[in-house]
Design a protein around this ligand. Structure first.
Ligand SMILES: C[S@@+](CC[C@H](N)C(=O)[O-])C[C@H]1O[C@@H](n2cnc3c(N)ncnc32)[C@H](O)[C@@H]1O
Length: 428
């Protein structure tokens, strides 16, 4: 029913964040779940007219708003996770003074050298090595080194620079910890108990981040930003924030990639940074943050009974129910998650329809999923939800094929990741 276009070659590599890892500013934090700045460039290049105002409902590390800023295009963005929000905010700041960075950098070095803390306290049980624990995220020497840097950063009297150095610290945390990001969650590194990272090594990694990336990129930056997208970045749930903030019929272009329906919880994946940097203080705060995220994961038992009227979704849910009668469920919230993910999608497309001007477009990057051997055609379900809200679906671009998990492999071998191109037509 939908027109599929083969963009496997054009989009294959640029739909991953990897390419950003060597790009000034974008590289400050090694994000995983994003696309590259080339994806944004390719969209702007193919449009007949340069857009004036864009919108990114799921900002992540800020790739969309940052790239648009360098092109002089205004972009509203929304992000619910405090870590991603902070990273995007820091990358979008376009007025750092090199002498101030150097001044505060020297201050941090001095403070951490003078510090004599011997123990670090936290409400999170397994964050730091402690007697009686079987597992811990940071060895004691690493924990103390991080705390010394963090305490010094917190003493900086200018928020802009305090946040800049916090992102530099955030960027090295996983590396110096005993963990690695393992798809949906954090797992312990091989032989983690034998790792022996000294305080000096932690300091050195932090200093390298500042010297070789932050300072280099800010010093070399020749772009005079004509817009400042940091002003339009909101730390809010986009399901409610867009309606309150953005004027109706004002948006020319939306470029976005929502959380995929892959039961990955960003709160979990970035838990190490959230806890260490005190972006969440207690387990209760972590739970509250999860509640605000799009319902693409099963870390919460969703009680909402809402559903949407969509034939393809109904068929998929029926197939899932059939499949779960024949197999043991690894989590009994999966079907609720699938149902509610599309309830959320409907509320997003509904608010986008109000905010986009006639002739405006959406580039919506998402992938299909599979559970219990049932393929969930997220691309087509989202396309039909968008149509029901009044949009016209121009095409679905095939970007990449993703491998399925070993449990799905027999029934569903690979999953299409794509870009739905949508327009708000004239006669809607
Ligand atoms: C796939 S990532 C976006 C990546 C982004 N394109 C980039 O390149 O960095 C999806 C983001 O949506 C955020 N998110 C989840 N639920 C949200 C909500 N209700 N409102 C706003 N952001 C949300 C997640 O925290 C995550 O950072």
């Amino acid at each position: 029913m939908y027109q599929y276009q083969d963009y496997l070659e054009a989009y294959g590599r640029i739909m991953q964040f990897n390419k950003n890892k060597s790009e000034p500013f974008h590289r400050w934090y090694p994000f995983v779940e994003g696309y590259s700045k080339e994806f944004i460039q390719s969209i702007i290049e193919e449009l007949d007219e340069k857009p004036q105002v864009c919108l990114e409902p799921f900002s992540g590390s800020g790739t969309t708003a940052l790239e648009l800023q360098t092109m002089g295009i205004k972009c509203f963005s929304f992000e619910v996770n405090p870590l991603m929000y902070l990273i995007a905010k820091v990358k979008l700041e376009n007025d750092y003074a090199i002498d101030k960075i150097q001044h505060y950098f020297e201050f941090i070095k001095q403070e951490r050298t003078n510090s004599n803390i011997a123990e670090v306290k936290t409400t999170f049980k397994t964050l730091y090595q402690k007697e009686g624990l079987k597992k811990w995220n940071y060895n004691a020497s690493v924990a103390i080194a991080i705390e010394k840097i963090h305490l010094a950063i917190k003493l900086i009297d200018d928020d802009k620079y305090m946040e800049l150095f916090t992102v530099a610290l955030a960027a090295i945390l996983l590396d110096v910890s005993n963990l690695y990001r393992n798809g949906k969650c954090l797992s312990y590194k091989k032989n983690w108990k034998d790792r022996n990272i000294t305080e000096a090594e932690v300091f050195d990694k932090f200093d390298k981040k500042v010297n070789e990336e932050l300072l280099v990129d800010i010093r070399n930056n020749k772009i005079m930003a004509l817009v400042h997208n940091k002003k339009y970045l909101y730390h809010e749930d986009s399901r409610v924030g867009i309606q309150k903030t953005v004027t109706d019929n004002s948006i020319d272009l939306v470029i976005t990639s929502p959380p995929y329906l892959n039961s990955r919880d960003y709160t979990d994946t970035y838990m190490l940074e959230l806890k260490t940097l005190e972006l969440t203080h207690t387990n209760e705060e972590v739970r509250k943050l999860r509640e605000k995220t799009l319902r693409s994961h099963v870390q919460i038992k969703w009680k909402d009974t809402a559903s949407i009227d969509n034939q393809l979704l109904h068929e998929t849910l029926r197939e899932l129910e059939r499949a779960t009668r024949e197999q043991t469920m690894w989590n009994d919230s999966i079907i609720d998650m699938v149902r509610l993910y599309f309830v959320d999608m409907k509320s997003i497309f509904s608010v986008l329809y109000k905010k986009i001007r006639t002739g405006g477009k959406i580039y919506f990057n998402v992938s299909n999923s599979a559970y219990y051997g049932v393929m969930i055609n997220t691309l087509e379900i989202c396309a039909s939800i968008a149509e029901n809200e009044g949009f016209k679906v121009i095409e679905i671009r095939k970007a990449r094929y993703l491998k399925t998990s070993p449990q799905q492999k027999n029934e569903v071998d690979k999953l299409l990741e794509g870009v739905i191109v949508i327009e708000k037509g004239i006669d809607q």
